[in-house]
Ligand binder design. Structure first.
Ligand code: ATP
Ligand code: MG
Length: 248
């Protein structure tokens, strides 16, 4: 497809363990366009994280292929756990990836600090992670990833460890950051509301082995943020449609 940053083509994955063989993903195909925000919803254990590790290249598909038609695609991750190092300050945590890749210099540090300030963490640069709220920690984890300037962000249940109110406000902020920074995103979540409030398109996966049940294109104005979407009548309709799809 023209403009596809990522193309997953007829991919299947089997895990082999001493207990036997598990089929995690079956003949799955989809693509993600540059600049698009795609959400994946599916039942627990259906194979969503497996699909993300496949895209990251952490394990190979048993059949099919994952392609990046526009060329090499630097990726960043935001996971359920923030993996901040408790003994490093917020600033030192967010430049860690740069440091590991030998890309930390005055300029890249300045850009990272600018991101922290722009997105509301400027007053906490020398705080330790333990002195921050859960939402702030997750936002710091996102900025740590953005500091490496990835093209594609892979988000695996990034809000699921947070309380409800924090989830809603952080999802709203993360949406704004991803749009503002012009990133492409693939979000995996159990939470239908999260998918409908953030994505341009939702992929509904079946029970394990994960197959594509349905693709739903969400027709919200591009600038409409998650909290505003939740107030709209269309939100309820999409929510109901995905809920029904998951029940079948
Ligand atoms: N490294 C592994 N070795 C063997 N089996 C695995 C491995 N990783 C995952 N599985 C199995 O593959 C299936 C899919 O797991 P996966 O973690 O991809 O699901 P998920 O959709 O991300 O689940 P959740 O919603 O709970 O995060 C599960 O049955 C799991 O037990
Ligand atoms: Mg998972």
């Amino acid at each position: 497809m023209e403009g596809a940053l990522l193309s997953v083509e007829n991919v299947s994955v089997y895990y082999h363990t001493p207990q036997g063989e598990t089929e995690a993903v079956r003949d799955l195909s989809f693509s993600v366009q540059k600049g698009e925000f795609v959400a994946v919803v599916g039942p627990s254990g259906c194979g969503k994280t497996t699909m993300l590790s496949l895209i990251m290249g952490l394990n190979p598909p048993s059949a099919g292929q994952v392609r990046f038609p526009l060329g090499p695609c630097p990726m960043g991750y935001m996971l359920q756990r923030d993996n901040l190092l408790e003994w490093r300050t917020l600033e030192k945590n967010t430049v860690l990836g740069l440091e590991v890749q030998h890309r930390l210099n005055g300029e890249s540090r300045g850009q990272t600090v600018a991101l922290l300030k722009k997105y509301g963490l400027g007053d906490f640069l020398s705080h330790l992670p333990g002195q921050l709220s859960g939402g702030m920690r997750q936002k710091a984890a996102l900025i740590r990833t953005l500091a490496l300037d990835p093209e594609l962000l892979l988000l695996d249940e990034p809000f699921s460890a947070l309380d409800y109110q924090t989830r809603l406000t952080l999802a709203d902020e993360v949406f704004a950051i991803i749009h503002e920074e012009g990133k492409t995103a693939l979000l995996v979540t159990h939470d239908i509301g999260e998918a409908v409030s953030m994505a341009d398109r939702v992929l509904v996966f079946s029970d394990r082995p994960a197959t594509m049940k349905r693709e739903i294109v969400l027709d919200f104005p591009r600038s409409m943020r998650p909290l505003a979407r939740r107030e709209s009548p269309a939100f309820q309709e999409y929510f109901a449609a995905i809920w029904k799809e998951l029940q079948q």
